[in-house]
Design a protein around this ligand. Sequence first.
Ligand code: ZN
Length: 78
Amino acid sequence: MGRILVLVAIVVAAVWLLRRALASGKPQEVARKPAVEGDLVSCARCGVHLPRAEARSVGERLYCSEEHARLGPGAGRG
Ligand SMILES: [Zn+2]
């Protein structure tokens, strides 16, 4: 009877140690994408996508560069 108790104690200890080892080996945090600075907007002139922080705004429209902001929306004129 005593041997069975010792065996049970050893098994429990082994399982506990295994679980602890597995838990510490796991990566704690899930790999996350680097956050984009703000959301993406598209240039009203050429349609390229860029972070809002880098966009030039003229009125309600957003542009990728000073030149496109100067040229204005659309590719028809200018
Ligand atoms: Zn543009």
